[in-house]
Design a protein around this ligand. Structure first.
Ligand code: G3P
Length: 213
């Protein structure tokens, strides 16, 4: 399973660039940086080799396609993030024929993912945390999407997004999702286990009793 970092913070990306396979951003994450988007995007694309999702903000298909073509020129690893709307799917269909890679975002149901795949989306991003927040079963939606894509042989890959805790990453891996995009804080938690810390402390303590030659 590929792990992406869900952030627009270049420092976080630099620190974990040796590990992560890609990056996803969204307008809210970019706004936190208080820097021009084009500058931030260029830096991120130079920092990671893998795909970097950058989102359009137009709401009509023509506007999305125009923005997407500009974003795709920024770097070879840009993937254009398009919201899951009817206009968005028209844009995805056009961009897919042009060879522009897309990540359909704000996906909350398997039917939405099916439409995105049919329109040629490279990736679909179900927002598991937000589904859970609304009283639904985020990972259940992922569990529905994966066999649908497999059944029809769609090349579309699933990015499990809106990840809130390590349990989401574990469930994504168990379901065989292609990718999980994970906030910095959650990714750091994946390294740890209290028994690992306790084990290291005990080994170091015992090591002090070993006669020094
Ligand atoms: O990048 C999209 C997604 O991961 C947003 O997550 O936590 O704002 O629901 P969240």
């Amino acid at each position: 399973m590929n792990l992406y970092l869900d952030t627009a913070n270049v420092e976080e990306i630099r620190e974990l660039s040796w590990l992560v396979d890609g990056v996803t951003t969204n307008p809210s994450l970019v706004a936190r940086e208080e820097r021009p988007f084009s500058e931030v995007l260029r830096e991120i694309c130079a920092t990671v080799r893998g795909p970097v999702s950058a989102e359009v903000v137009a709401s009509d298909a023509d506007g999305m396609v125009r923005e997407a073509r500009e974003l795709a020129k920024v770097a070879a690893n840009v993937v254009v993030k398009i919201p899951m709307t009817e206009a968005g799917m028209q844009a995805v269909q056009i961009l897919s024929r042009e060879g522009v890679r897309t990540n359909v975002t704000l996906v909350f149901s398997a039917n939405q993912a099916l439409l995105a795949a049919k329109c040629g989306a490279t990736y679909v991003s179900p927002f598991v945390g937000r589904i859970d927040d609304a009283g639904g079963d985020g990972m259940g939606v992922v569990a529905e999407i994966l066999p649908i894509l497999r059944h029809y042989g769609f090349p579309t890959e699933v990015i499990v997004a809106s990840v809130r805790h390590p349990g989401h990453v574990l469930q994504a891996a168990l379901l065989g999702a292609h990718i999980a995009t994970v906030p910095y804080g959650v990714l750091k938690k994946l390294f740890g286990h209290p028994l690992t810390d306790a084990g290291i402390a005990r080994f170091l303590k015992d090591w002090q009793r070993v006669p020094k030659g």
